[in-house]
Design a protein around this ligand. Structure first.
Ligand SMILES: Nc1nc2c(ncn2[C@@H]2O[C@H](COP(=O)(O)OP(=O)(O)OP(=O)(O)O)[C@@H](O)[C@H]2O)c(=O)[nH]1
Ligand SMILES: [Zn+2]
Length: 356
C-alpha cells in the first residue's frame, strides 16, 4: 500500500491548463469616458474566452453588492459579488482579491478578468495590489492597464490643476496606461482629436494609442499584453523611443527615456531606484523632487547573462530576469513617467550604478 502511495503515477499531476494564471486587465478612465461601454462591447463580442468582469461602481455607499457579469458562450450571466467596502482602490486589497479568488473557486475557471475602476480611482493603487498579490502566489496576475480617454473632455481633464499640487487623476491614468483608447472620436473635429493625441503622447511616450468610437477595439490590442512580466521585454524594445517628450509646463507629467551601454550592478541600481521611489530625495534643477508614477526598463546586469526587466508603479518596483540571452552589445534602456523629471540627472544617477 505504502509503495502505491509513493508511486509517481498515482500522484495527481496538475494539468498545465488549470494551473496557469488568470490575467487581469484594469480598465480605467475618467468619469463617463466609455469604460462600461467598452466592457459591454467586450462581453457581447465573439471571442472564445470566459471573461469575468468586475464593475466597481462608485458612490453607492459601503457594503454594497457589486455587479459581476460572466460572459460564457455569448450569453450573459448576472452574478452578485459582494465586496465588503464600497471603494475598490482602497479596500480590495484583502476583500476584493479574496472575493475574486473565491469566485473562481465557486464558478470554475475564467480565462480572463476585467476590472473596471471608478473614474476617479488611481489605477496605480489597484495595479500595485495585484502585483504584490502575484508575488504571494495568487492565481491571477496583472496583464495591463487600459485607459479610456474622452476625446471631447480630455484636454480639460488632463490640464486641470488640483489643489495642493496634487497630480490630477486623468493625467495619472494616462501616465499608468499600457493602452489608451481615445474614445468618442465621432463628436470631435480632426484638429481637436490631434490635440488630444499629442497631449496624451506628451504625458506617456510609451503607450499604445488607439482611436475609437463606442470603445470598439480589436481585443488583441488590449488583452494579453504582458505589460508587467518578463514577456514585456520584447515589446519594451519595440516601443522604446529615444525621443523624450518635451513639455515645458513644470507641472505636467512627462516621459523620460534614455539608453546607456554597459552593465548595471544590482546593488547600486537598488540604491538609485530606492532613492528615487522611496526616499524621493532626487531633485530636478529647480529643486523639485522627482515624482515617478511608472517606470520600465530593460537592463543588462553584470552578473546575469539574460536580459532583466525592471517594472515600477508608484513606490513598488521589481526586477525580473527574462529568458532572453544578451546577443551583441549589452545596454540598458530606461523609461520614467512622472513629474519634475530631469533626464540628465536621471541618466547621471543611472550611469553611476554601472560597473566600471
Ligand atoms: N458620442 C459617443 N458617445 C459615447 C461613445 N462611447 C460611449 N459613449 C457614451 O458616453 C456615456 C458614458 O459612457 P460609459 O461607458 O458609461 O462611461 P464610463 O466611463 O463607464 O462612465 P462612469 O462609469 O460613469 O465613469 C454613455 O452615454 C455612452 O453611451 C462614443 O464613442 N461616442
Ligand atoms: Zn462605468
Amino acid at each position: 500500500m505504502e509503495e502505491e502511495e509513493d508511486c509517481p503515477e498515482l500522484v495527481p499531476i496538475a494539468d498545465d491548463q488549470t494551473q496557469s494564471k488568470i490575467p487581469v486587465t484594469i480598465i480605467t478612465g475618467y468619469l463617463g469616458a466609455g469604460k462600461t461601454t467598452l466592457l459591454n462591447y467586450i462581453l457581447t463580442e465573439q471571442h472564445n474566452k470566459r471573461i469575468a468582469v468586475i464593475v466597481n461602481e462608485f458612490g453607492e455607499g459601503s457594503a454594497v453588492e457589486k455587479s459581476l457579469s460572466i460572459s460564457q458562450a455569448g450569453e450573459l450571466y448576472e452574478e452578485w459579488l459582494e465586496l465588503r467596502n464600497g471603494c475598490l482602490c482602497c479596500s480590495v486589497k484583502d476583500n476584493g482579491l479574496k472575493a475574486i479568488e473565491n469566485l473562481m473557486q465557486k464558478k470554475g475557471k475564467f480565462d480572463y478578468i476585467l476590472l473596471e475602476t471608478t473614474g476617479l480611482a488611481d489605477p496605480g493603487a489597484v495595479a500595485s495590489m495585484f502585483w504584490v498579490d502575484a508575488e504571494l502566489g495568487s492565481d491571477i496576475y496583472l496583464d495591463g492597464i487600459v485607459s479610456v480617454v474622452d476625446a471631447k473632455y480630455a484636454l480639460q481633464h488632463l490640464t486641470e490643476e488640483k489643489p495642493g499640487d496634487l497630480i490630477n487623476e486623468a493625467a495619472r491614468q494616462v501616465a499608468l496606461a499600457d493602452v489608451i483608447l481615445i474614445n468618442k472620436t465621432d463628436i470631435v473635429s480632426v484638429e481637436d482629436l490631434n490635440a488630444v493625441h499629442s497631449v496624451v503622447r506628451s504625458i506617456n511616450g510609451l503607450v499604445k494609442i488607439l482611436e475609437t468610437q463606442r470603445s470598439r477595439v480589436d481585443l488583441s490590442e488590449i488583452l494579453d499584453l504582458h505589460s508587467f512580466d518578463s514577456l514585456s521585454g520584447k515589446s519594451l524594445q519595440d516601443k522604446f523611443i529615444s525621443n523624450t517628450s518635451h513639455n515645458h509646463l513644470d507641472k505636467s507629467i512627462v516621459t523620460v527615456t534614455f539608453e546607456v551601454v554597459g552593465n548595471v550592478i544590482e546593488e547600486n541600481l537598488n540604491v538609485f531606484i530606492q532613492n528615487l521611489l522611496w526616499e524621493k530625495n532626487i531633485k530636478n534643477t529647480n529643486g523639485f523632487h522627482m515624482e515617478v508614477i511608472r517606470l520600465k526598463g530593460l537592463l543588462s546586469m553584470n552578473d546575469k547573462s539574460n536580459q532583466v526587466i525592471i517594472q515600477g508603479v508608484h513606490e513598488l518596483y521589481d526586477l525580473e530576469e527574462t529568458q532572453v540571452n544578451w546577443q551583441g552589445e549589452r545596454l540598458n534602456r530606461m523609461v520614467f513617467i512622472g513629474r519634475h523629471l530631469d533626464k540628465d540627472i536621471l541618466k547621471q544617477k543611472f550611469l553611476s550604478a554601472l560597473e566600471h
